[in-house]
Design a protein around this ligand. Structure first.
Ligand SMILES: Nc1ncnc2c1ncn2[C@@H]1O[C@H](COP(=O)(O)OP(=O)(O)OP(=O)(O)O)[C@@H](O)[C@H]1O
Ligand SMILES: [Mg+2]
Length: 468
């Protein structure tokens, strides 16, 4: 955010002010020098004798101050990060009664930034007297050299007067050099940050020309997929197939790699080895917009925009008529609480709107994912925060979706997974079990244990059933 606001503003200021000053100074300087040359070349050269030292001083100053400004921008970034964290995380701070600590942390960053600012300003103070002295020395040289030439009769009084009254046209630009160099250093410090962002290229790019976007069948296949984020292996040789129209549930302990698996389908990341196929084609060979345009997704961390509920549900398809928005809200068991809100579907939510409970947010996100009617629907722990009754309603809705759709549902509850066509159990990046609810119970593995834990009472009956 600092790069996109503070740094950008610095660059804007520079473009508007520094360049104007540079052009203005150069033009005036050049015009004055040319004019002086036509009067008397030798006297002009005497005057210009001061230019090299000014440039040298300015150059040394620039070299010293540049890293300071880069450091300054970095400290400003840190200050802003701390501020932003404190504002968005104020409840956590209060809950842990860490106000003092956070205030200290903020003060620390603040003092840090102020100290760096002062340091840079003091460097300027070191060099300014030299630049100013040199700028004033133009007059002294004119007095001496011009005076001697005048007495010699080499130049007339009129010519001396011309030099004298136009001397500012040389000394002012020279004086400005310091200020300009100072600002240019700030400009480059900010520019380098912006250039980094501007020229950053996504690692995953669309290498295929946009074609008419097709609607996929929704068949998904993982072939020996392994994946690393940096060095840690997150997925290890995972293979499975989801037929078009099937519902597959993925279950597994936290950190097992469930979210990672589904992130590979819309190509948020590319596999380290193996292949992910959609409709039999490697996702790396598909047109990216088309691929993503075929996937409806509700992510684990729900993000709603600062917009009306209606706008949020229709986010993927702004043309969606209001009745349909309501239909999808009903399917996601959200209609009821939405209508109870003061402005119903026009209530603004998100950062700038009213607060919603975790389960309410999840249901709006679910409605948003269903409303795009894509052939692949991915739900990452989308019902974790809703009660069992609501969840059952949602399960029914998912089974009865009026458009053909392959569903991948990540869940921790057996009540969510039991109706799936197949359940995949993931453990530390490896697929350890795969089958239907009944098959996995019979297997007496991880799934069975989870089932027993979640259904203490019914567990015994099922284990008997298993023996039969
Ligand atoms: N952006 C990332 N960079 C590096 N490592 C990551 C990143 N995201 C996840 N991981 C690591 O990858 C592993 C799998 O994470 P993943 O989010 O897929 O787990 P999960 O099964 O979805 O867990 P949960 O049930 O808690 O959501 C974890 O060990 C996690 O630390
Ligand atoms: Mg996850």
């Amino acid at each position: 955010m600092t790069k996109m606001t503070g740094d950008l503003d610095m660059v804007r200021h520079s473009m508007a002010w520094i360049f104007k000053t540079i052009i203005e100074s150069l033009t005036i300087f050049a015009a004055a020098v040319i004019y002086f040359f036509t009067i008397d070349a030798e006297l002009t050269l005497w005057m210009l004798i001061l230019s090299p030292p000014i440039f040298i001083v300015a150059y040394i100053f620039a070299r010293r101050v540049r890293p300071m400004y880069i450091d300054l921008r970095e400290r400003l970034s840190q200050l802003n990060t701390t501020t932003q964290e404190n504002i968005s995380g104020n409840r956590v701070v209060k809950a842990f009664a860490r106000e003092e600590f956070e205030i200290e942390k903020f003060t620390d960053k603040n003092v840090n930034y102020s100290a760096a600012n002062k340091k840079a300003a003091l460097v300027w103070l070191d060099y300014f007297p030299y630049l100013e002295t040199f700028a004033q020395a133009f007059n002294v040289i004119l007095m001496i050299a011009g005076g001697l030439y005048l007495m010699d009769g080499r130049i007339t009084f009129g010519e001396f007067a011309a030099f004298s009254s136009l001397i500012w046209a040389i000394s002012n630009p020279m004086r400005n050099i310091g200020i300009i160099i100072n600002d240019i250093q700030r400009f480059f410090a900010s520019l380098s940050k912006i250039v980094d962002i501007y020229y950053a290229r996504p690692a995953i790019v669309n290498e295929h020309n946009p074609v008419d976007k097709r609607r996929y069948e929704g068949r998904i296949e993982f072939q020996n997929v392994s994946f690393k984020y940096d060095s840690a292996v997150v997925l290890d040789n995972v293979s499975f197939t989801v037929e078009s129209g099937e519902t597959v549930a993925i279950m597994g302990s936290t950190g097992a790699g469930k979210t990672t698996i589904i992130n590979l389908i819309p190509r948020f990341y590319d596999v380290t080895s193996g292949r992910v196929l959609v409709d039999g084609v490697d996702v790396r060979e598909l047109e990216l917009d088309e691929l993503r345009g075929n996937i409806g997704m509700a992510t684990q961390d729900v993000l709603l925009f600062s917009d009306t509920i209606d706008g949020n549900i229709a986010y993927g398809d702004p043309e969606l008529p209001e009745e349909e928005v309501m239909d999808y809200a009903r399917l996601a068991a959200a209609h009821e609480f939405i209508t109870k809100m003061p402005e119903g579907y026009d209530t603004v939510v998100g950062e700038r709107g009213v607060g919603l409970s975790g389960g309410q947010k999840q249901r709006i996100a679910l409605a948003r994912a269903m409303a795009v009617r894509r052939p692949i629907l991915i739900l990452d722990d989308t019902t974790s925060a809703v009660d069992l009754e609501t969840e059952e309603h949602i399960q029914r809705s998912l089974r009865g979706l009026e458009y053909p759709c392959t569903k991948i549902i990540i869940a921790q509850r057996v009540s969510t997974t039991c109706e799936a066509d197949r359940i995949l159990i993931l453990d530390r990046g490896r697929l350890i079990e795969e089958g239907t609810h009944a098959e996995l119970l019979a297997k007496r593995g991880y799934y069975y244990e989870v089932f027993m834990l979640q259904n203490e009472g019914i567990g015994r009956q099922v284990s008997q059933h298993g023996k039969e």
